[in-house]
Structure formats: structure tokens, C-alpha cells
Design a protein around this ligand. Sequence first.
Ligand SMILES: Nc1ncnc2c1ncn2[C@@H]1O[C@H](COP(=O)(O)OP(=O)(O)OP(=O)(O)O)[C@@H](O)[C@H]1O
Ligand SMILES: [Mg+2]
Length: 258
Amino acid sequence: MIEIHNIHKSFDGKKVLDGVSGVFETGKTNLLLGASGTGKSVLLKCIVGLIKPDLGSVTFDGTYFTNNKLDIRQEIRRKIGMLFQGSALFDSMTVEENVEFPLRMLTEMNREERLDRVNFCLKRVGLENANKKMPSEISGGMMKRVGIARAIAPHCTYLFCDEPNSGLDPLTAIKIDALIAEITEEYDITTIIVTHDMNSVIEIGDKIMFLYQGQKLWEGSNDEIMDTDVKELNEFIFANRLMRDAKKVEDEGGHSDL
Ligand SMILES: Nc1ncnc2c1ncn2[C@@H]1O[C@H](COP(=O)(O)OP(=O)(O)OP(=O)(O)O)[C@@H](O)[C@H]1O
Ligand SMILES: [Mg+2]
């Protein structure tokens, strides 16, 4: 479980995060939802320690992270897997080398053990015959899968994904979401996913935190989100005509497959 308490962050006097608190649960897909520019990525970076909050704290399974001693922070960092926006694979390395990279950096495994783990992770994400391919030779969806394999390779306890399905077609996006949700449950990982995609909310939103102008305005599950009376969240959800139609059907007592 990851807990954040009263996180504040400003850049050049401009407030980006304004006292955000909350809990991200283990074995669940926790979504950070909000419009562009609301501070989702900044909050994620504060949680992983890439940005230092001006105020507030982050705790990983009861261990205080922010401002703690370097060795304790490093110990926690070793347990974090990160899927960056746009996958961020190393262009000059093969798929296999990309997934092997964190094992070389973070573990004492020998080459044979590393390759076993690489093959296991690539198989887990459904990429069995791509070891020797370069990132430029594979599709966007495959790149995301490699990114996920690389993130989970060192047995991560915490997984952070920034817009994991951006730039993908809707079907591939759903498959990537489902893969992250399956892996989260299977290995009991605490996963935080930054998204502005309502499809992800519907598919995998176990727990959702809605950010608006640097504040948490709502939290709940995907079962509850359609019935919210928070104006800003309603505007966000029902900006999409399909969502408005789905809500109309629901309100009229009909059945919606959404
Ligand atoms: N390193 C930085 N220096 C200055 N301003 C920054 C920095 N990082 C983010 N910001 C500002 O903080 C605000 C929130 O940015 P953030 O990247 O968190 O948005 P976001 O919610 O992730 O949006 P998107 O959905 O477009 O990715 C923006 O106004 C951005 O310009
Ligand atoms: Mg972002």
C-alpha cells in the first residue's frame, strides 16, 4: 500500500499540486485520472521520488520515503517498476537487452539467470519471438509490452505507468490495460496508472482518484464514477458523447454493455 499525505508542489511560484492525500491499494489498479495539465505526471514523479514535493510525504508499505535516508530510499526504489509515457525503450538495444537492462543494474543474477527471467517476462506479456528485434522494428503495442516486461523484470512490488495506452488503437489499448491489471493481481503489486482515458476507467478502474487543478476532487471505483455529483468530474466524464448516451440508457432503466 502506498500512502500520500498533503503533497504540495509549485514551479516558479505556480501551484501544480495543492495538498493531495490518498491511499493506493495493493493488488489493485489505482488510477490517477484528470484532464491534461492537472498535475497527474507531477504527482506520479513526486511519489517515485523523481521530483521532491515542497511539502507532504509518501509512505511505501509503512516505510516513510520522502526525506528519508538515501539507503532506505534506494531500497524502496529497487522495488519500483516504471512504464514511462511513450515506453522510453533504449533504441540501440534489442528487446531482450532492454528487458535485461534493469536486471544488470539492480540484481546479482548471472547471464543465464537473467536470460531466464527475460524470457519469462516476455512470455508473460505475450511476446515470445521478439528477443532479437530492435524497438524500431516493432509496433507501438509491442513496445508497451516490452516496457511492461522491463518494468516487472526485477520482481517489482510497485508499478507506475504513465499513460500506458496513449497512442494505441482502442482494442490494443484495452489489451494493454488488461495485461497490467492481470499482472497487478497475479503478483500482488501496488499499481498506479496515470490516465485521461475513460475506456481505462471502465475496464480496470478498481480505485480512481480524480485530480482537478492540483487537488483531489473525488475518489471511488468505476462502479461509482457514473453517479458522481462532482460537477468537474461529470464534465470530464461526459465530454464524450458515447458516455452521455450510456448514462442516458442507464438512467432510463435500460441495460448498457459499457
Ligand atoms: N519540471 C517542470 N517545471 C515547470 N513546470 C512543470 C514541470 N513539470 C510540470 N510542470 C507544469 O505542471 C503542470 C502539470 O503538469 P503535468 O505534466 O503533471 O500534467 P498532466 O496532468 O500529467 O497532463 P497530461 O495529461 O497532458 O500529461 C503543467 O502546467 C506543467 O507545465
Ligand atoms: Mg502527464
